[in-house]
Design a protein around this ligand. Structure first.
Ligand code: GLN
Length: 538
């Protein structure tokens, strides 16, 4: 049976529970154990699919088509294990399941309650699909003390009681602030947070203390004494210079070792930190920069394009350059300013997006990249905009558009049931916004001798999708005759997956999201190639 590690947070959110969990996963894996990571989110949305990136950061997509919290991206990037639908639940999903069952009369007339019905459903989820793992690390979103996280905390308390102390471990991550005015480190918030946790029945076994500066031994002792945790299990995590340093830092603090000691397990292999050291060195010490512009709607919130930022960094690591990201708000980008704003840019990237706002700026920037032969990567909406730009300006189809934002124009981009005569639909296109998209991993066949085929070095690829609209295949010939190849198609030949310009050093659009599959230890070939081209530009 798997051993379960529950990670809760205290004092404030955004302390890096996800990164701590992901780093611990890597270290345990490196010591020879099989690990899965799970996230339990207390909000009421059934999944984050309908949440704005402005509020909640990026929506991460798994191979099996789940729209999940962005922490699952961290998990994948650090552990190398592809997440599944069954690795993320929300309060909304749990209630949805329980209420559906109630409507079907499956509770046989009983009163349906938070305890035991909601907590039981949470427990079922925690355990699901875990028999082959040595460890399952479950992160509870939010912080202890929030009203909405209570059923989750209660469920993990019960769960640990069911499987026994020898199979379960509680890690609590808190903040140990430094007060500049008095030049002091304060342990009180940690003490209070642990008190809160204990009042709902959980005694942490390990406390991770996030701090701006090293925590002196006497303060650690205080935490150990007041929180009833062995001093060896009071672990500090001082701010790292790059997230890729986190596994190195947790290893130095012996987090993984203390976890193994707790379970009375031995390391099967020595930990390999070499790749992280190599990456950290490149990120911190490489002098050469390449300027990449991301032109999108959500540039103000850093986490809105989390996987994309990471994938670009990975591409940089592979090419020994640092990525200087220039975030440009597409809504504010005036056509007249394009030239000056993109003056020192070596690569232009248009990410995924939804809705009309900001499309004019994006289309103008694509034109600039196409004509001036600047490396360009269009992802999902970015590819759709590249199609519209080419149709309007090169094919002279001035009314070319997407039915997503213009119902009257020439819809080169549209819903499949709008343009497919045989009425073939992809996974339903009803009015409900949640869960109506082409989601998850799909195959694409690559055109022989195309640029994309050379980049991947394969004929068939699998990439993750998240979109409703498709490029209409009927226009393929017209585009290809005029210099834009549809160089990747769905295996049935109906859906354009990749486009590329023939007379351009590097101009590629993809209908999928390659960023979800890039990992620091295995950079995605598309991003490596894009950065290489950008590095060589000018
Ligand atoms: N809005 C577009 C669609 O639904 C693109 C989505 C995206 O970029 N993820 O097809």
């Amino acid at each position: 049976m798997a051993r379960f590690i529950f990670v809760t947070g205290g004092v404030v959110s955004s302390l890096g529970k996800g990164l701590s969990s992901a780093s611990l996963a890597y270290l345990l894996q490196s010591r020879g154990y099989k690990v899965r990571l799970r996230k339990l989110d207390p909000y009421l949305n059934v999944d984050p699919g309908t949440m704005s990136p402005f509020q909640h950061g990026e929506v991460f997509v798994t191979d099996d088509g789940a729209e999940t919290d962005l922490d699952l991206g961290h998990y994948e990037r650090f552990s190398g294990v592809s997440a599944k639908k069954s690795d993320n639940i929300t309060t909304g999903k749990i209630y949805n399941d329980v209420l559906k069952k109630e409507r079907k009369g499956e509770y046989l007339g009983k009163t349906v309650q938070v305890i035991p019905h909601i907590t039981n459903r949470i427990k079922e989820f925690i355990k699901k699909d875990s028999s082959k793992e040595d460890f399952v690390i479950c992160e509870i979103g939010g912080i202890v003390g929030d009203i909405e996280s209570l059923p989750f905390v209660e469920a993990i308390r019960q769960f640990a009681n069911d499987i026994g102390k020898q199979n379960s471990l509680f890690v609590h991550l808190t903040l140990v602030p430094y007060l500049k005015a008095s030049d002091e480190i304060k342990t009180k918030p940690t003490q209070h947070s642990v008190k809160e946790l204990r009042s709902i029945g959980i005694q942490p076994d390990i406390i991770i203390c996030r701090s701006e500066r090293p925590i002196p031994l006497e303060h650690r002792k205080k935490i150990s004494l007041f929180c009833n945790v062995n001093i060896k299990n009071v672990i500090e995590t001082v701010d790292v210079r790059t997230i890729y340093e986190a596994p190195i830092s947790f290893y130095k603090e012996k987090l993984d070792l203390q976890v193994l000691n707790y379970f009375k397990l031995r390391s099967k292999k020595p930990v390999n930190l070499t790749p992280w050291k190599k990456i950290t060195k490149i990120i911190l010490h490489t002098k050469k920069h390449v300027n990449i512009a991301i032109i999108g709607k959500y540039v103000e919130l850093k986490d809105a394009y989390k996987s994309l930022d990471e994938a670009l960094t990975h591409g940089g690591i592979d090419n020994n350059v640092k990525i200087n990201l220039i975030r440009i708000d597409s809504e504010k980008l005036k056509v007249s300013e394009i030239k000056s704003k993109l003056k020192n840019i070596s690569g232009i990237l248009i990410p995924g997006g939804f809705g009309k706002r900001g499309t004019d700026g994006k289309i103008a920037a694509i034109k600039f990249a196409r004509i001036n032969k600047i490396p360009f990567l269009g992802i999902c909406y970015g590819m759709q905009m590249a199609i519209i730009e080419f149709a309007r300006n090169k094919l002279n189809l001035k009314k070319a558009t997407s039915s997503e934002f213009d119902k009257k124009g020439l819809a080169i981009i549209g819903l499949m049931n709008e343009w497919n005569k045989d009425g073939k639909k992809i996974k339903g296109t009803d009015k409900n916004l949640g869960g109506t998209m082409r989601l998850g991993s799909y195959d694409a066949k690559l055109l022989k001798n195309s640029m994309i085929q050379k980049i991947y070095g394969k004929n068939l690829i699998k990439e993750r999708h998240r979109h409703r609209y498709e490029v209409n295949i009927a226009f393929k010939e017209k585009f290809e005759k005029n210099g834009m190849n549809f160089s990747g198609l769905s295996p049935d030949g109906n859906l354009p997956e990749i486009i590329e310009l023939k007379n351009h050093p590097w101009f590629i659009g993809v209908q999928f999201h390659p960023e979800f599959k890039s990992r620091p230890l295995a950079p995605h070939p598309l991003f490596s190639s894009f950065i290489k081209a950008s590095k060589n530009h000018k």
